[in-house]
Ligand binder design. Sequence first.
Ligand code: NCD
Ligand code: ZN
Length: 335
Amino acid sequence: MESITLTMPLDMHLHLRDGEMLETVAPLTSYSFSGALVMPNLVPPVTTKEMVKEYRKRIKHAIGRDDFEPYMTLFYQNYSREFLESVQNEITAIKIYPSGATTNSEGGVVSFDIEPMRETLQAMSDLGIILSVHGETNGFVMDREAEFMSVYEKLALNFPKLKIIMEHITTADAVAMLDKYDNLYATITVHHLIITLDDVAGGMLRPHLFCKPIAKRPEDRAALLKVALSAHPKVMFGSDSAPHPKHTKESCGCGAGVFTAPIALQLLCEVFEAHDQLGNLQAFVSDNAQRIYGICAEFKEVVLVKHDFVVPEIYGTVVPMKAGETLKWSIERVD
Ligand code: NCD
Ligand code: ZN
């Protein structure tokens, strides 16, 4: 196949930041996607209705076009049912972070004991608000996601009607959960389909590939590829594109995050084609998300062709994954 048309691609896990960074990165996603689930880990995090509405306005302004919808999220705290009722039309999901697990997550939860969270989670379940989860413990870095599986089980069993998204899964353990609990779903990034820990730290240290959760073992990547390439009905694409300025990545104390927004669809074509599964890309990158989230995306058709694309060295202050390298697919046009 020399060309593919993707209808209404969606990125169900995206960091757009704020200010100048927002201005740089938002148009890169809105060019080729119909919508994205926008993460709330700003400084300070997005925790009020006013903050959601104002942030959405700033995003819309940075994008300057109508064919893209930012699906907004709140940063999890123990919210009252009354508050959730008042904000439900402004948000698509609430994102919960373990405190300190990743960039700007200091205000996250310290414990996943169910009882203190029951009122909020039950209200979310009743109101149909999706729970999006950064699933890592504070254990040994390679084991953090696997150790978190018992938390997913507890959440899934206590709130059987609550839709729970295991964000950016990186392990075979997380993949196995999909078929165990009806209400567990997952997003998968494109970089976790390509790299393992070896690419990050096996040779020279590659700060632009350093992210949370850290890329794992070849067998984990194989498990992720299997469900992504077959477009398992409970998995969706979520880039977790997470821009950090170059000087903060190429420094002592490099921030976690891989910036893939401008190359995500091209790279996905490359991965799916390499495994002869281009036919399943539409479901992975849009149809599954529309069904799981119950959203009707803005119309957009993206035509990609098998034509070299040389990835720019930098976008504003941010170095993308594959900077300076040549990808096999490029975006020909967007209708
Ligand atoms: C994200 C960021 O920079 O905001 N970083 C990352 O490594 N993925 C936060 C996150 O999703 O963990
Ligand atoms: Zn993220």
